[in-house]
Design a protein around this ligand. Sequence first.
Ligand SMILES: C[S@@+](CC[C@H](N)C(=O)[O-])C[C@H]1O[C@@H](n2cnc3c(N)ncnc32)[C@H](O)[C@@H]1O
Length: 213
Amino acid sequence: MRLRNVPGSREYIEANDYAIKNPEQHRGNWRRLFNKPADSKLYIEIGMGKGRFLTEHAGNNPDISYIGIEKFSSVIVRALEKLNELEYKNIYVIRFDAENITSIFDSGEVDRIYLNFSDPWPKERHAKRRLTSSAFLNRYDNILSQNGEIIFKTDNRSLFNFSLQQAEAAGWNICNVTYNLHESKLVTDNIMTEYEEKFVSRGIPICEMIIKR
Ligand SMILES: C[S@@+](CC[C@H](N)C(=O)[O-])C[C@H]1O[C@@H](n2cnc3c(N)ncnc32)[C@H](O)[C@@H]1O
C-alpha cells in the first residue's frame, strides 16, 4: 500500500508522540511504556498500513497494549493522524522493517502477531521477503510468548498455501484455517482492514489461519 511520497511525512512522524523513535531502547520493557502490568497482553501488527484494523482493536480493548509496525512513512502518517484524533493510551506505531524485529522485542515479549494482507512477493527469488516465510517465522518464534499466536489474513491463495506449508514445515501448530473467513464462524470477532474491505466488496474470499508455537 505504498502511497506516493508524502512530502514532510518523515518530519511529521518525528514530531508525533504516537510514533516511537528509538524502539530498540524499549526492548523488554514495552509494558512499562504503556503503564501496564507485567502479565498484561501485548499485540502487534506487522505491515499495519493506514492502521484502521489495529486502531479499532485498541479502542475495543483498553487493557491490551498494541504496537503497529510499518516500513513506509507515507502510510504511517495516515495512522498517526487518526490516533491524534482518538487519543487512545494503549497504542503506538513504529516505522520499521520487520526483518529486524528481534532487535525491538525481547524473547517471549509478544502475545499475538497480526499479519494482514501482507505483500505476496510472487517471484520465487523474493520468497524470503514474504512475512510468513520460514525466516520470518523463526523471528516470530523468538519474540512470541509461550501461548503466543500469529493470525494471518490474505486474499492471496498461493501466499496462503505457501504460508501454511512454511508453518507446518517449521513445526507450528495450525489451530484454525479457513478459505472463506466471511462465511466461517471465525468472522464473529473479525475487524476488517483497508485491503480486506476492498477485496470483500469485490466478492473475493478471504483466507485466515491461526498458528501457535
Ligand atoms: C498490502 S499492504 C496491507 C496493509 C494493511 N495491513 C491492510 O490490510 O490494509 C502491506 C503493508 O505491509 C507493509 N510491509 C511490507 N513488508 C514489511 C516489513 N518487512 N516491515 C514492515 N512493514 C512491511 C507495506 O509497507 C504495506 O503497507
